[in-house]
Design a protein around this ligand. Structure first.
Ligand code: SF4
Length: 207
């Protein structure tokens, strides 16, 4: 395998995805939460590699609309999204005891054996994401992380979705720009609806 690492900062999203597939598939995983960025990435990825590996972490407190979007993704893209079960029926989520730790543990399980993972991170989403590179080292896990949409705007994302008539999460049409789990997600622009009124800005997957 070619081990040189190119500079992908000027590459298009499609070129980054193509590089990821060529270099890392089948040990390439895409994290999918069925948000609008995932509609774009699932489309790009499966256009190149129909057997692409997508996974989602089910905290047990997902919106019903997330579950229906999951089904629509599988129908449209012709794949089965791997379920990583991070739910805890005996120890449910509370404000005081967030499921974030279980979600991160689920991510570690999902990425076992992977050489790289793809995410829908965009720099404009949050101050914690402005430094995201299109290809970066995930030092915590010793693998590569690809953020093909790092320099995309919200408008870019919607333009792509409508151009290709892709399925997308219906809560986006109800004012939810970012969608996590039921207990800590409200409508809002950007990520303002996530943990509204609290200092928290990430579940923990990307920190
Ligand atoms: S979205 Fe909320 S409930 Fe879900 S994993 Fe993140 S912090 Fe926990």
């Amino acid at each position: 395998m070619d081990t040189t690492i190119p500079d992908l900062e000027s590459a298009s999203a499609e070129e980054v995805v193509a590089f990821a597939v060529e270099r890392f598939h089948p040990r390439l995983k895409m994290a999918c939460s069925f948000q609008k960025e995932d509609s774009v990435l699932a489309h790009m990825l499966t256009a190149i590699e129909p057997r692409a590996n997508l996974f989602t972490i089910d905290t047990g407190v997902l919106f019903p609309e997330t579950l229906t979007t999951w089904k629509r993704f599988e129908e449209r893209f012709g794949l089965s999204v791997e379920l990583i079960d991070a739910s805890s029926p005996s120890d449910p989520w509370t404000r005081e005891q967030c499921c974030g730790a279980a979600k991160v543990a689920g991510l570690e399980r999902a990425l076992t054996g992977a050489l790289a993972w793809v995410t829908g991170i965009r720099r404009e989403q949050a101050p914690t994401r402005v430094a995201a590179s299109k290809l970066e080292r995930d030092e915590r896990r010793g693998i590569w992380k690809l953020n093909p949409l790092a320099d995309w705007t919200e408008k870019d994302v919607w333009g792509y979705i409508f151009k290709h008539d892709l399925p997308y999460h219906p809560l986006h049409d109800q004012g939810y720009a970012s969608i996590g789990c039921v207990p800590c997600t409200l409508p809002g622009e950007g990520r303002e609806g996530r943990w509204a009124g609290e200092d928290k800005t990430e579940c923990g997957l990307h920190i």
